[in-house]
Design a protein around this ligand. Structure first.
Ligand code: MTE
Ligand code: MO
Length: 302
């Protein structure tokens, strides 16, 4: 149904997406007084999801039409981007409301958290979690031990490295992790290899300014090359002395502690250097292109 609407008319699809957002807002507004607020929020999520699907379809259509001089949809792109930001904001609000309910600390925990938490290590709008939440879109891949990662794109030497080879040179670095949905986990001891050393081997070309990092099943995140090569940025296979569970990105994930968690691509397969900043999965859906938690760079245009 969605597709036929889009094929007929992108404007119609955009109108339908707007309508779904309004309906989602109405549902979400009724959650606090409801018997099962989480269930109501799920219904709102469903409506926002449908809006997101419609916007994705329009975006695909625009991509297909790119370069077509007869294309009449040039003015639609910014509207789709703006609506995607609106949907992303609402999804985060819903996640935040769920977290506030399920993770409400007991009085004792709250006291412990405030004494342990050095306020200098908690970015604005974040709360600390003692556990290790699992967060990703799509399904968890089947567990496997073998893995290969590629460094390619604007480099002098493309490299493909099997994980056994990476394991020859382990480094352990402790850092904090901040997810844009509001939780932060402090003092994670990641074991892996610094991405800077892989970049040095691949030798970025002069024109390389950014990278897009891809992972299973169909995920990606973009970041400036300077952030990718920064201290503490690693391809990791273990945390706190144990090999990564598949849920946390095992056997291999990227860790970018100084940016929001969505940049830390799990099940990482490719690091592609680019000469411009190409949005990844969440960035296309309204998240910030850089995502510095200390600047609260949660959304684009913030
Ligand atoms: N492949 C992949 N990597 C991903 C994601 C994803 O959806 N797919 N989600 C990101 C987000 S939003 C966060 S906060 C972290 C969460 O890592 P964790 O599940 O180990 O806590 O993974 C990031 N890496
Ligand atoms: Mo996240």
């Amino acid at each position: 149904m969605t597709e036929s609407v889009v094929r007929r008319d992108p404007d119609e699809a955009i109108a339908a997406a707007r309508h779904l957002i309004v309906r989602g807002d109405e549902v979400a507004k009724s959650a606090p007084g409801a018997r099962d607020p989480a269930l109501v929020r799920d219904r709102a999520r469903g409506l926002f999801d449908q809006a997101r699907d419609l916007l994705d379809d329009v975006r695909d259509l625009l991509d297909d039409a790119r370069g077509d001089p007869e294309g009449t949809n040039a003015d639609v792109g910014p509207v789709v981007g703006e609506l995607a930001v609106q949907v992303a904001r609402r999804m985060l609000d819903l996640d935040g409301a769920d977290l506030a309910e399920t993770a409400r600390p007991t009085a004792g925990m709250r006291r412990a958290a405030t004494t342990v938490a050095d306020p200098d290590r908690r970015p604005p709008g974040q709360h600390l979690t003692a556990g290790f939440p699992v967060l990703h879109v799509g399904s968890t891949p089947a567990p496997r031990a073998d893995w290969t990662v590629t460094v390619t794109g604007r480099v002098h030497d493309r490299i493909r490295i099997p994980i056994e080879q990476l394991r020859d040179d382990p480094v352990t670095t402790t850092s904090d992790f901040h997810c844009v949905t509001g939780w932060s986990r402090l003092d994670n001891a990641w074991t892996g290899v610094p991405v800077a050393s892989l970049l040095a081997r691949a030798r970025p070309r002069d024109e390389a300014t950014h990278a897009i990092v891809s992972g299973h099943p169909a995920y990606s995140a973009n970041l400036p090359l300077a952030d990718l090569g920064a201290d503490g940025v690693m391809l990791a296979w273990a945390v706190d002395g144990r090999d990564l569970d598949v849920a946390h990105g095992g056997p291999l994930r990227l860790v970018v502690p100084h940016l929001y968690g969505w940049k830390s691509v799990k099940w990482v397969t490719e690091i592609r250097l680019t000469e411009r900043d190409v949005p990844g999965y969440w960035e296309e859906r309204g998240y910030h292109m850089r995502g510095d938690p200390w600047q609260e760079e949660r959304f684009r245009d913030d």
